[in-house]
Design a protein. Structure first.
Length: 270
């Protein structure tokens, strides 16, 4: 449920608390196993020696995963959030962590074999500039791995988020998953910076039989607009979400099934 307003994004990602809720929801409640870290590593066909620049890496789980399978090459994470960069350094201390802007990467031109931007470009105000920076940072013959959501991903959760925003007078989400960088236009944008792009589409679903993880997920998208400091509002919102989620589960015969779609792109520098 992304957006690109800089102040909103900074508030959302001051720490990884809310992001972790969403990551764990996909890990624990996906109908089919959904290990994005492992899928990306395999798609990149890494030998273990490559240098990798990860832009918007979140709390460093991908870097920790790479080290856990023996990757020896240089790993550098660039995140706009000081708080998240500090957290990531604790999770993957052997990687290098830098605070920086995806639209002006603190990296030498051609310094990396790979650049990675996973589920983050829809938060960037100038997406073409960020893609140009990814291309600049990788060597000739290198590649970038970029991931995003399908525009119609998670309709039930997005509708619940929209209804909650209306009920409580809170900021409403955008009209589609993937924001300004969904799978419907990501390929065109990528071709503005990369001559050759391969696409891998993924279909899955979140499956809930309990209201709590549904409420947790949607609540995690409301860390903005002062709600984090307003405990009364947060409590009322949570009670409302639990009721609505339970009603949706009951109407689905005991299951809330919410389809999700993703796209992974291998963008080659040639």
């Amino acid at each position: 449920m992304p957006g690109s307003d800089p102040d909103t994004v900074r508030a959302e990602y001051a720490t990884s608390d809310s992001l972790r809720v969403r990551l764990d929801t996909h890990r624990l409640y996906s109908e089919q196993p959904d290990d994005l870290d492992d899928r990306c590593r395999r798609l990149m066909c890494l030998s273990g020696e490559e240098s990798v620049l990860d832009v918007g890496p979140g709390p460093g789980r991908f870097e920790a995963h790479l080290r856990s399978v023996g990757h020896r090459g240089l790993l550098v994470g660039v995140d706009a959030s000081v708080g998240i960069a500090v957290e990531a350094a604790g999770i993957a201390p052997s990687a290098r962590w830098v605070v920086g802007d995806a639209q002006a990467l603190p990296a030498r031109s051609g310094a990396f074999d790979w650049a990675v931007a996973r589920h983050m470009l829809y938060h960037v105000p100038d997406i073409p500039a960020a893609l140009s920076e990814l291309r600049r940072a990788i060597r000739e013959g290198g590649a970038a791995l970029v991931t995003t959501n399908g525009a119609d991903s998670l309709p039930a959760l997005r509708n619940l988020r929209r209804d909650a925003a209306e009920a409580f007078g809170l900021p409403a989400p955008g009209g589609q998953a993937g924001g300004a960088f969904p799978s419907t236009n990501a390929l065109e944008l990528l071709h503005s910076a990369f001559p050759r792009v391969e696409t891998v589409l993924c279909e899955n679903a979140l499956r809930f039989t309990d209201a709590a993880p549904v409420a947790n997920y949607v609540e995690s998208t409301f860390t903005l607009g002062g709600i984090a400091e307003d405990t009364d509002l947060r409590d009322r919102l949570r009670e409302w979400l639990l009721r609505k989620a339970q009603r949706a589960i009951s109407s689905g015969g005991g299951v809330l099934h919410d389809p999700k779609y993703g796209a992974l792109y291998l963008a080659h520098a040639e």
